[in-house]
Design a protein around this ligand. Structure first.
Ligand code: ADP
Length: 425
């Protein structure tokens, strides 16, 4: 019986024709790939002669590359070559059955099958690799587009905030001038002007929040480190909220805790802003007659302060989202924009700002709540982690407090870049 190599040589003509028919439909196309099929046949023969199926791999790689290149329209991943290999094998089987004796045909198919299997495996592996490359480059494009979108969003906030602030300052100035001019005029004039001022003040606060958020987004929040005692900040916050707490009949309990009288270096104004944002939310989301309590403890390197309220609580799926800008939850149409009314709502910037401030200090903030329930009022607890520092994190401020060099322990590495950079500038 002739060898399988002889059998392969005998079926060359009829196989190349059958193969051309099987893989290319049009007459012109068939002509153009006849050479390719001839080359495939030669390498198949080479593999059979040497017993090494890898002869076909560089050629198949060429096919794969030209397939990928022809897909210039960017239509995802090109069609697979595995069915093409399958069609070539089927054509060989058919031709062998017609042109050879059953034994010779069986011998030839048995000899070439491992080569076809190995080639299919190679092609499939390379195609997966190509597919992954396409997917990851698409992902990179999408990520780039998203980053650009995020950048333009925060640029928009910055520009809008600055543009809005200028006319607002004018309204404020003119309304206080008018108030003075109208002194002794119609009795309701001061009342109306108070309304204008109140509206302008609230708008200014919102704009200030927008500016703060864009500073945080762009790592431009400047911190001015000074000695800070948490108890003093809590007392200041209590003072700022006193009127509202009384109006809303809310009980505010501040428990003594280790660390509340301890000195640490921080930016007192910014830290107070963060604490007030959390406390104002506790007020807003707790119905009249409820309770707000402050606890705390000292942990290695940190003072942990907690603000617990007996309010509506926060659903587990929202406990992270509320710290994202404009991440307010609930129905915006029910939103009264009041800073103190029950469920007053706001633009959703208070918590992102608190988070930005704490993180710029090297601290953290998170929320815990059994869930959201307006009837059962499960309440929420906000944890504020404030780093304990015996000196400011930058040399310049440290020198100012006589804590430079020898007595200053550098802690830049604990800080996010923005805080260390800003504090030093
Ligand atoms: P807002 O201006 O809407 O109050 P914040 O960033 O301060 O924005 O808060 C985001 C959202 O987090 C709020 O809209 C509210 O749904 C939820 N939230 C914040 N604090 C509390 C709290 N103590 N209890 C229940 N929900 C809260």
């Amino acid at each position: 019986m002739p060898s399988s190599i002889d059998s392969l040589l005998r079926v060359r003509m009829s196989w190349t024709q059958a193969a051309g028919k099987a893989i290319a439909r049009g007459e012109t196309l068939r002509e153009s790939i006849a050479d390719e099929i001839g080359r495939f046949y030669d390498l198949l023969t080479e593999s059979l002669v040497t017993g090494d199926p890898r002869w076909l791999e560089p050629f198949l790689q060429g096919w794969l590359d030209s397939q990928a290149r022809s897909d210039i329209s960017g239509e995802d991943v090109p069609p697979s070559l595995v069915p093409v290999l399958h069609a070539l094998r089927e054509a060989l089987l058919e031709t062998a059955t017609h042109s050879l004796s059953p034994e010779e045909a069986m011998q030839l198919v048995t000899a070439v099958d491992p080569i076809f299997s190995r080639s299919s495996e190679f092609v499939a592996r390379q195609e997966v690799r190509q597919g992954m490359a396409v997917v990851s480059s698409r992902l990179a494009e999408v990520q780039y587009a998203l980053e650009r979108l995020d950048r333009s969003k925060s640029t928009f906030i910055a520009v809008a905030a600055h543009e809005l602030k200028t006319p607002l300052t004018l309204i404020e100035g003119y309304s206080s001038m008018l108030r003075e001019l109208l002194n002794g005029g119609p009795s309701h004039a001061p009342l109306l002007l108070d309304g204008v001022s109140k509206g302008a003040r609230r708008l200014k606060e919102i704009i200030d929040d927008m500016i703060d958020v864009s500073k945080i987004d762009n790592n431009m929040l400047s911190l001015h480190f000074q000695p800070v005692w948490l108890r003093q900040l809590i007392d200041l916050a209590r003072g700022a909220l006193e009127e509202t707490l009384a109006e809303r009949q809310l009980t505010f309990v501040v428990h003594e805790f280790a660390g509340d009288h301890e000195m640490t270096f921080a930016d007192p104004e910014r830290l107070l802003q963060a604490i007030l944002n959390v406390l104002r939310n506790a007020v807003k989301y707790t119905p009249d007659g409820g309770q707000i309590a402050i606890h705390g403890r000292v942990l290695p390197g940190f003072i942990e302060m907690t603000v617990t309220d007996s309010g509506i609580g926060i659903a587990p799926e929202d406990q992270t989202r509320i710290f994202e800008k404009f991440g307010r939850v609930g129905d915006p149409s029910l939103h009264s924009s009041s800073k103190t009314h029950f469920m007053g709502g706001g633009p959703g910037l208070g918590l992102p700002i608190a988070k930005g401030i704490l993180e710029a200090h090297g601290g953290a903030i998170w929320a815990e709540s059994p869930g959201f329930d307006k009837e059962a009022l499960p309440g929420s607890t906000f944890h504020l982690m404030i780093p304990l520092r015996s000196s400011p994190p930058d040399d310049k401020s440290a020198r100012l407090f006589g804590l430079a060099e020898a007595d200053h322990t550098p802690v830049e590495s604990e800080l996010p870049e923005s805080a260390a950079g800003d504090a030093a500038s």
